[in-house]
Each structure stands twice: as structure tokens, then as C-alpha cells.
Design a protein around this ligand. Structure first.
Ligand SMILES: NC(=O)c1ccc[n+]([C@@H]2O[C@H](COP(=O)([O-])OP(=O)(O)OC[C@H]3O[C@@H](n4cnc5c(N)ncnc54)[C@H](O)[C@@H]3O)[C@@H](O)[C@H]2O)c1
Length: 305
């Protein structure tokens, strides 16, 4: 089966990027969100990001107009998925919301349609189980920012068929991405490896072994990471990091995944990273190009007596 008509559910950070790449590579896209403002913002973001691609000679102005013309927006799922070949769900990371969406799209979408989720942490097997087509449910985990990042982590649920996997692998390649298939276990591969690294960096700070800048500098310059783990945690959102650590802790029942008490305390305080203006770094001055350590972490004594 060749995918031609796609629906993307959720037009936030990930949904707009997913709609962007599908439209860029010639797919007909229905972009759906319950929030009209989120849809308008998504179209603006896509347009702005395509301008960046024009500046880099990746797209022409004509390519951009054609791509934008391929995207139609909807605030209601009912009329938006009945003729689709593939639906990629990228709504808020909340199991109740996602299970409701999958029940609904399973009832509305044509029989051949593949239902994919961009979830970072919810079991694909569990999502598939609320549908009557678990063989056609799969994880299609794009990375942020979608137009730039090459990886698509493809997650096979317990009942995902090899045909579904093949179609999604080919589709990811058609978007000029590199698909990598993994099995459905908590955190998949990406977050099972990344989140404990971030949690360990937070433990290292909590234990007073080093300060924020020292930890991030060691990982950047010593391990060639493009960004330190504490800055990355601020970008992802500390609430998201905590949520995923809890999924790993509960899913594997192993104390090595226990979230660091400092991470829990920061989330309790409302310091969630970039989105709240404060995390391990201080983002309150939007004009500042410099990274400023948050007030709570400015006094680090490197010599522990
Ligand atoms: N942000 C990331 O870096 C990232 C990376 C990989 C995967 N993900 C995953 O992608 C998904 C989306 O994350 P995001 O960061 O784009 O979230 P977001 O909060 O930016 O956007 C979510 C959007 O979903 C919409 N929505 C909520 N309920 C809906 C419904 N019933 N129908 C239609 N739309 C609905 C919201 O209005 C919102 O616009 C999540 O599953 C998340 O785990 C996020």
C-alpha cells in the first residue's frame, strides 16, 4: 500500500513539524486540533520554518506555496479522517486523551488506514488494544524539531504486523528520514537511554559533586554532546522528564529508574525549564544570548570537605 492521504492529530510542537514534512514531500495533509488558535499558530510556524528552508536553498518559494496548499485544518476529527491512508496522532501526552482519540479514529477511518502514535512514553500495545485493528497500530516517534531531525523511531506493538511496519518504514524513508524499528517496552530505546542519563546528571548536581555549568560542560566538551544534559532537560520540560522517569520506574520495577528528589522538587515548585522561564538555567530574560544558571544553583562549592 502506498500512503498518499495523511491526517495529523494535534498541531502543537510535534504536530506542526509532522504536518510540515508530510506536506513538503507531497502528501495531502489534514491537520486536526481541538484548539483553533493552535491550528493558526501551527500554520504560521510551518510557514516560518519553510522560509528558513528557502534561505538554505532546500525549498523554493513555489515549493513552499505548494506544500502549504496541501495542508487543510480541522477542529473536529469526524470529517477529517474518513478518507485517510495514515493517521499520525501527536496530541497531548495523556493516556486518557490518546485512548479516546484511538477509539474514535478506529471507528471513523477506512479499514486499510494505519493508525500511528508519536507518543514518547505510552505503550503502543495498550493503545492498539482499544482498536479493532491492533495489527495496523504502530509507533512513529519523530524527534524535535521534526523538519531537522533525521531519526524516526518506529515502535512495533505486540500485534503490529510486518506489513504495517514495512509501509511505515517506507513512508519514513520517503520523508528523507532514517527509520529504526524497536520493540514496545517502556521508554522504547530513545527515552530508556536518554532519561536515565538526564536523571543521573540531576543526581550529580543534587549530591554536590559538581555545579550546573560543570556538569553540562563536561558532557559537551568531553563527550561531544551538542548540549549538556541539564540544558536538554530544560528544553524537554522537567515535568516531561519526571513523567517519563516514572513510566520507566513503574514499567521495569527497577530502583535504578527512581526519579531524583531534586527533579521532583523542581517540578513541584513550578520550575519546569524553558517553558516556565526557569529550570537549571534562568530564561527570564528573553533577549539574553548567554546561558545563565538559575539562582538556586549559582553557589557551587567544588571542594566538599
Ligand atoms: N515535544 C517533544 O520534544 C516531543 C518529542 C517526541 C515526541 N513527543 C510526543 O508528541 C506528542 C505531542 O507533544 P507536543 O510536545 O507536540 O505537545 P503540545 O502540547 O505542544 O501539543 C499538543 C496538541 O494536542 C492538542 N490536543 C489535545 N487533545 C486533543 C484532541 N483530543 N484532539 C486533537 N488535538 C488535541 C492540543 O490542543 C495541542 O495543540 C506527545 O505524545 C509527546 O509525548 C514530543
Amino acid at each position: 500500500m502506498k500512503i498518499q492521504k495523511v491526517a495529523v492529530i494535534g498541531s502543537g510542537t510535534m504536530g506542526n513539524g509532522i504536518a510540515h514534512v508530510f506536506a513538503q514531500y507531497g502528501y495531502d495533509v489534514h491537520l486536526i486540533d481541538i484548539n483553533e488558535q493552535a491550528l493558526q499558530k501551527a500554520l504560521q510556524t510551518i510557514s516560518k520554518n519553510m522560509d528558513r528552508q528557502i534561505a538554505k536553498n532546500i525549498l523554493t518559494e513555489q515549493d513552499k506555496q505548494q506544500a502549504l496548499n496541501r495542508i487543510k485544518t480541522f477542529t473536529n476529527i469526524d470529517n477529517a479522517v474518513t478518507d485517510r491512508d495514515l493517521i499520525v496522532e501527536a496530541a497531548t501526552e495523556n493516556p486518557t486523551i490518546k485512548l479516546d482519540i484511538f477509539k474514535k479514529i478506529d471507528a471513523l477511518a477506512p479499514e486499510h488506514c494505519i493508525l500511528a502514535s508519536n507518543t514518547s512514553s505510552i505503550s503502543i500495545t495498550k493503545i492498539a488494544a482499544v482498536t479493532k485493528r491492533p495489527d495496523k497500530v504502530i509507533g512513529m516517534h519523530f524527534m524535535n524539531p521534526v523538519p531537522m531531525m533525521k531519526l524516526v523511531e518506529i515502535i512495533n506493538g505486540f500485534k503490529t504486523s510486518s506489513t504495517t511496519n514495512q509501509v511505515i518504514t517506507e513512508t519514513a524513508k520517503a520523508l528523507q528520514k532514517v527509520p529504526v524499528t524497536v520493540n514496545d517496552f517502556p521508554g522504547f530505546v530513545s527515552n530508556k537511554v536518554l532519561m536515565p542519563l538526564i536523571n543521573e546528571a540531576i543526581y550529580t548536581l543534587y549530591e554536590g559533586i559538581a555545579g550546573v555549568e560543570e556538569i553540562d560542560t563536561i558532557m559537551k566538551l568531553g563527550m561531544a554532546h551538542p548540549m549538556g544534559p541539564l540544558q536538554l532537560a530544560d528544553f524537554i520540560g522537567l515535568d516531561v522528564c519526571l513523567y517519563i522517569m516514572r513510566v520507566l520506574y513503574e514499567g521495569y520495577g527497577n530502583p535504578k529508574y527512581a526519579p531524583c528528589p531534586l527533579l521532583v522538587k523542581m517540578v513541584d515548585s513550578g520550575n519546569l525549564g524553558v517553558k516556565s522561564g526557569m529550570g537549571f538555567y534562568d530564561y527570564s530574560n528573553k533577549d539574553s544570548k548567554e546561558l545563565i544558571v538559575a539562582p538556586q544553583f549559582r553557589k557551587h562549592n567544588p571542594v566538599v570537605v
